[in-house]
Design a protein. Structure first.
Length: 115
C-alpha cells in the first residue's frame, strides 16, 4: 500500500505535468496569435509598398512615353520595363522592402502551416 506522503507526491507530480502541458499550449497559442497579427501587419505593408511602386512606375511611364501606341505593343512593353528599371534605380528601398515583406509573409505562412 502507498503511504499518504507517496500519494500526495504522486498527485503533485500529475498536477505539475498537467500545468506544464497547459503552459505549453498557452505559449503556442500566444505565438500563433502573434504570428497571425504580424502577418496582417506585413500584408498591409505589402499592399502599401506595392501601391507605392505602382505609383512610381506610373510616373516613370508618363515621363518616358508620348503616344506609345504608335510604336506597337513591344515598345509599350519595353517602356514599361524601362519605367520599372527607373523606379528600381530611383526607389531601391521600395523594392528591398517589398522583397523583405514578401519573405516575411512566406515565413509566417509556413510557420502557421506547420502548427
Amino acid at each position: 500500500m502507498l503511504e499518504v506522503n507517496d500519494l500526495l507526491k504522486l498527485l503533485e507530480t500529475q498536477q505539475e505535468s498537467t500545468s506544464h502541458t497547459i503552459d505549453q499550449h498557452t505559449q503556442q497559442t500566444d505565438r500563433l496569435s502573434e504570428l497571425e497579427t504580424e502577418l496582417v501587419t506585413v500584408n498591409r505593408k505589402l499592399i502599401v509598398t506595392r501601391k507605392n511602386i505602382a505609383h512610381y512606375q506610373q510616373m516613370a511611364e508618363q515621363m518616358l512615353r508620348t503616344h506609345p501606341e504608335r510604336f506597337g505593343d513591344e515598345i509599350v512593353k519595353l517602356l514599361h520595363n524601362i519605367a520599372t528599371a527607373k523606379v528600381m534605380k530611383d526607389q531601391p528601398k521600395l523594392f528591398d522592402e517589398l522583397h523583405q515583406l514578401e519573405q516575411r509573409s512566406d515565413q509566417i505562412r509556413k510557420e502557421l502551416g506547420d502548427k
